[in-house]
Design a protein around this ligand. Structure first.
Ligand SMILES: [Zn+2]
Length: 202
């Protein structure tokens, strides 16, 4: 049964569905416009909250509750993120390593974490945020981006960037894998930022 809108809002603000994806995080159906619920499989923010009914961690440059990264690796990723944010001040780079296992859809989990986790700077800071999620257990990756980046970068482009980290991930070089991803993301976003500026000048 559908819960009243008020109640749903408390748990999971409306509109958020569109923030994490232009394709459904669950079935990857391509959405033509912002929607609260996937017209194909019924996935929604509320469904995500029900699937993952625990408090989300705070979002930051490195979220690594099981310490897959050494102190040095964490410091290196954080320093890289800080450098990237100097070049692209609007963009927030968030990287999460968490063992989930094959039964969890990483795109769904990434979507939930992106929306449920707190980010310094408030919800608006998420508009240009990139969440790179690694599951060392199922050796999988997913990328969830904010609404401002959805328009700039296609899903398939994120998949290509992830593929660059696949080898490192399989060799358990997680720190290097994240840095490889960040390099790819920077290249693409720097190029898009230029395109966007040109478009705006026309
Ligand atoms: Zn769907």
């Amino acid at each position: 049964m559908k819960k009243p809108a008020e109640e749903r809002k408390k748990v999971y603000p409306a509109k958020r569905f569109a923030r994490g994806a232009i394709s459904c995080p669950s079935c990857q159906y391509v959405l033509e416009h912002a929607t609260e619920r996937c017209p194909k499989c019924g996935f929604s923010g509320q469904v995500a909250v029900e699937k993952f009914p625990f408090p989300a961690p705070e979002l930051s440059a490195v979220i690594d509750p099981n310490s897959y990264l050494s102190k040095e690796e964490t410091a290196s990723v954080v320093s890289k993120v800080q450098k990237l944010q100097k070049r692209l001040p609007q963009v927030r780079f968030l990287n999460c390593l968490v063992p989930l296992g094959n039964e969890i859809n990483l795109r769904e989990f990434g979507f939930w974490l992106f929306n449920a986790g707190q980010l310094k700077g408030g919800p608006q800071a998420k508009d240009f945020a990139v969440l790179f999620l690694i599951d060392p257990k199922q050796k999988g990756m997913s990328v969830t981006v904010g609404y401002g980046l959805d328009a700039l970068v296609m899903d398939t482009e994120w998949v290509t960037i992830c593929q660059g980290s696949r080898d490192l991930l399989f060799r358990q070089k997680f720190g290097q894998g994240i840095e490889q991803f960040l390099d790819g993301a920077l290249n693409l976003l720097a190029e898009r930022a230029l395109t966007l500026k040109k478009e705006l000048k026309k």
